[in-house]
Ligand binder design. Structure first.
Ligand code: XUL
Ligand code: CO
Length: 433
């Protein structure tokens, strides 16, 4: 036992009447909604990087947090793991996610990195035998070290491609060993700063080749989790190739990988791409590539990817509505890719931030389930398309321009616009709480 969370109790559900800050008001993990417990619906996950590796820095200043595990040796990495598993237990979260660089000391070369990773993964494996918390996904950090400044798979230097491929192999092995449900690829530096020095066609081919290698290796080792790409339009590079769900789908089709790879959709990334979260979720569902979510929120004034904890129930409701319409999570889950503000220094801030986020998501999911269950929204939406279910609608779709031309003339087709009833629908959605 570490003493980091001393005095903080295990968090339990007490309901909305409770006055206790350290309890859930909406998240009762055993509550059954649409035939499944909230624990199984929401599949909450803590992000190792934000909760345990982030030092509180911003573009204008460095570390503000003071954690006993900060440093770069194995003893500290193990203390970090001990504290992390204590937090998973306090929150009773079913999952966590990590990058290699979050969990192991940084070595001086590839073999030191690999040795460090293997040692800490061994330590995780041991801890996981005593813990209920499982691995939602693992990933490789191919963006922080200076070697990746011009990209990983899309780097102009083949040796960086090689270093990245070898690193992904070690991270896939680690994820497989820990029984991870997914493996994530977020291409933070797979993009460009200026087209003046960039051969976009070549870089795109390199990214396709790397993804094929990842899929091949997954099958080779018998990893039956899902490979997920996490779209993001920019930050850190000016333009990133995995811009949004539609762009990723086009890329997957181009490399014939649309049946092998799905997407991990992040709230803040959707907003950066000029979409809503629900837009990205709905599109992924329609394209058959919905995998998992990174839950957070951006600061709507600054426009940056601020990775704050979600705090808006109506917004989260619309997102979970799309998740439920997709049939819920299969291998995926709700990963809090969310971090404390740099002034939130205390151990209890780490716990309270997650309590609030879990409650917001639970309230949102329950509202979404009610909306889906009573079916009013779907009925009104279906009415709008009713014409396509008629014989006339089917004939039009199966016709050609000449025949449609004759039909329009013959039947004197002269459509009358029909209300889209947006305000009525907005009023309806606000009724679900
Ligand atoms: C960065 C981001 C990453 C990925 C994993 O914006 O979202 O933390 O989720 O690399
Ligand atoms: Co993310």
């Amino acid at each position: 036992m570490t003493d980091f969370f001393n005095g903080i109790p295990k968090i339990i559900y007490e309901g909305q009447e409770s006055d206790n800050d350290f309890c859930f008001r909406h998240y009762n993990p055993d509550e059954i909604v649409l035939g499944k417990s909230l624990r199984e619906h929401l599949k909450f996950s803590v992000a190792y990087w934000h909760s345990f590796a982030f030092e509180g820095g911003d573009p204008f200043g460095g570390q503000t947090f003071d954690r006993p595990w900060f440093g770069n040796d194995m003893k500290q990495a193990k203390l970090k793991a001990d504290t992390a598993f204590e937090m998973f237990n306090i929150l009773d979260v079913p999952f966590f996610c990590f990058h290699d660089a979050d969990v192991r000391p940084e070595g001086n070369n590839f073999s030191e990195n690999t040795k460090n990773l293997e040692e800490i993964i061994e330590y995780f494996a041991e801890k996981m035998t005593q813990s209920k918390t499982k691995l939602l996904w693992g990933t490789a950090n191919l963006f922080s070290n200076r070697r990746y400044m011009s990209g990983a798979a899309t780097n102009p230097d083949p040796d960086v491609f090689a270093f990245s491929a070898a690193t992904i192999k070690t991270c896939l092995d680690a994820t497989h060993k820990l029984g991870g449900k997914n493996y994530v690829l977020w291409g933070g530096r797979e993009g460009y700063e200026t087209l003046l020095n960039t051969d976009m066609g070549r870089e795109r081919e390199q990214a396709g080749r790397m993804l094929q290698m990842v899929v091949d290796y997954k099958h080779k080792i018998g990893f039956n989790g899902t490979i997920l790409i996490e779209p993001k339009p920019q930050e850190p590079t000016k333009h990133q190739y995995d811009y949004d769900v539609a762009t990723v789908y086009g890329f997957l089709k181009d490399f014939n990988l649309e049946d092998e790879v799905k997407v991990n959709i992040e709230q803040g990334h959707a907003i950066l791409a000029g979409h809503s979260f629900e837009h990205e979720l709905a599109l992924a569902r329609e394209l058959g590539i919905f995998g998992s979510i990174d839950m957070n929120r951006n600061d709507y004034q600054s426009g940056w990817d601020t990775d704050q904890f979600p705090n808006n129930i109506p917004e989260v409701t619309l997102a979970y509505y799309e998740v439920l319409k997709a049939g819920g999570f299969q291998n995926g889950g709700t990963n809090f890719d969310s971090k404390l503000r740099r002034q939130s220094l205390d151990p209890e801030d780490l716990i309270l931030s997650h309590i609030g986020a879990m409650d917001v998501c639970a309230a949102g999911l329950k509202a979404a389930a009610k909306m889906l269950e009573d079916g009013k929204l779907e009925t009104l939406r279906n009415e709008r398309y009713a014409g396509w279910n008629t014989q006339n609608g089917k004939e039009i779709l199966n016709s050609d321009l000449d025949a449609i031309y004759s039909k329009v003339l013959r039947e004197n087709i002269n459509p009358e616009p029909i209300s889209g009833r947006q305000e009525r629908l907005e009023n309806l959605v606000n009724r679900y709480k």
